[in-house]
Ligand binder design. Structure first.
Ligand code: UDX
Length: 444
């Protein structure tokens, strides 16, 4: 089929490359000519394992190219996927729909024949219905232009796998024709047994925000338990394992620590909350305020633990921060808990040295006052305190004996619950783990 993908950020670039790789003819559009140039040259402008290979293969097949022209896109494709960003507004928690509205406004005047427009961006419930009416009103083809919604659930770091083998496909449609076209787009994925949920527009929009709200709630639940564990001398790791054995609960997304960040969960949570208030159902989502507050407290608890561990003051101390990305295998620092903690320690007068295997450049643009180094050794040498804030595998594999030779003082905070604390304590370290408290050096 001939498809277009409008917006080539994280979601769109992945969708375009994967759809072409599956055999469709794809044109990708972005208003940023630098992104278009990079993608046409096989360069992915962000860190995503496996995506450059898929992109290059798709370009080499001749089935994929990128443009800045809406006229080209409308001429070429029969199905248009809308993949632009819906960031948080500057002045509230609500989603900023300027990119979605802009893309529809620019595409519509070029739609002169029957076409299906498929939204993939995460939007407040009710947006799809409004856009459907706007398309009919402003496209020359009028009622022959249909809108469907097809939310994506891809995780950074697993974007390709989540696109070609998702847990499920969800499509919100208003006609059999739209359903059949989307079944044809995803034929090979459906043939592999991926479940398909066919529903209406508002349900499909809500599925995405509900899924993200549930995941965020699960993480904040275990982090609330972590606070109780710290207050009572209990161990949140064992607690998560024990409750996770119950299949109704499950162990995944119960990793206590510094909480969630990134370009999706935090802003989607706030946008969902804001939308519920707008439609008069605010009290149904009051609890999401607590989910957000628990998550923010993970950051303040980590800073407080750093200050306590250093005897009440970090001013003038050298603090090694391991990790700046919001999660490992990513260079994304949007709403990153790690970078927030680093910035707060800088504000408290610490001399902060950051090492992240992929996110140093992005982090330096946001927190330029920190010092950035290219390896673990340079970060920890002479440190008065080490903080493990993003669980990159090389940090998880840190050797307490070797690291102990490099630091000035053997103090570490494991904010992701990944280090074997008894081993660290037995090598003379004071180790604080979120949700498990502080373990003093074990002698003898
Ligand atoms: C998330 C959703 O998983 C995905 O379905 C949606 O489409 C976009 O948002 P992503 O932002 O890539 O994907 O990150 P994810 O892997 O879900 O992790 C989110 C954050 O939660 C990270 O900061 C991670 O460190 C944190 N997290 C995750 C925890 O603190 N504990 C956990 O148990 C799991």
């Amino acid at each position: 089929m001939r498809l277009s993908v409008i917006g080539t950020g994280y979601l769109g670039a992945t969708h375009a490359a994967c759809m072409a790789d599956l055999g469709h003819e794809v044109i990708g559009l972005d208003i940023d000519p630098r992104k278009v140039d990079a993608l046409n040259n096989g360069i992915v402008p962000f860190h995503e394992p496996g995506l450059p290979e898929v992109l290059q293969r798709a370009l080499a097949s001749g089935r994929l190219h990128f443009t800045t022209s809406f006229a080209d896109v409308a001429e070429f494709a029969e199905v248009h996927f809308l993949c632009v960003g819906t960031p948080q507004s500057d002045d509230s928690g609500a989603a900023d729909l300027a990119q979605v509205n802009g893309a529809i406004a620019q595409l519509a005047p070029h739609l002169t024949r029957p076409t299906l427009v498929v939204g993939k961006s995460t939007v407040p419930v009710g947006t799809a219905q409004r856009l459907a009416s706007e398309l009919i009103a402003s496209a020359p083809a009028g009622e022959a232009v249909e809108l469907a919604w097809n939310p994506e659930f891809l995780r950074e770091g697993f974007a390709v796998a989540d696109t070609v083998r998702p847990d499920r496909l969800v499509i919100g449609v208003t006609s059999e024709n739209a359903e059949n076209q989307l079944r044809a787009v995803y034929a090979s994925i459906l043939a592999a047994g991926v479940p398909l949920v066919v529903t209406d527009l508002p349900t499909s929009e809500l599925v995405k925000t509900a899924a993200n709200a549930f995941l965020a709630t699960k993480i904040s639940f275990i982090n609330a338990m972590a606070e109780l564990c710290e207050a009572t001398g209990a161990d949140v790791g064992t607690l998560a394992e024990a409750i996770g054995h119950d299949e109704r609960i499950g162990r995944r997304f119960l990793q206590a620590g510094l909480g969630f960040g990134g370009g999706c969960l935090p802003k989607d949570l706030r946008a969902f909350r804001a939308r519920a208030t707008e439609i008069g159902s605010g009290s149904a989502l009051d609890f999401l305020d607590d989910v957000d507050a628990i998550n923010q407290r993970c950051r303040t608890r980590t800073v407080a633990a750093a200050i306590t561990l250093c005897g009440g003051n970090v001013a003038g101390l050298r603090v090694a921060v391991l990790g700046a990305a919001f999660k490992p295998d990513s260079d994304d620092v949007r709403d990153s808990p790690a970078l927030d903690v680093a910035a707060e320690l800088l504000d408290n007068g610490a001399d902060v040295v950051i090492h992240d295997p992929a996110a140093n450049t992005n982090a330096a643009a946001l927190v330029p006052k920190a010092q950035y180094v290219d390896d673990i050794e340079s970060a920890v040498t002479g440190a008065d305190l080490v903080l493990l804030l993003t669980e990159w595998k090389q940090f998880v594999a840190l050797d307490p004996a070797v690291t102990g030779q490099l630091v000035r003082t053997r103090r570490i905070i494991d904010a992701r619950n990944v280090l074997k604390r008894n081993e660290w304590a037995s090598h003379g370290w004071t180790i604080h783990t979120l949700g498990r408290g502080t373990l003093l050096p074990q002698t003898g």
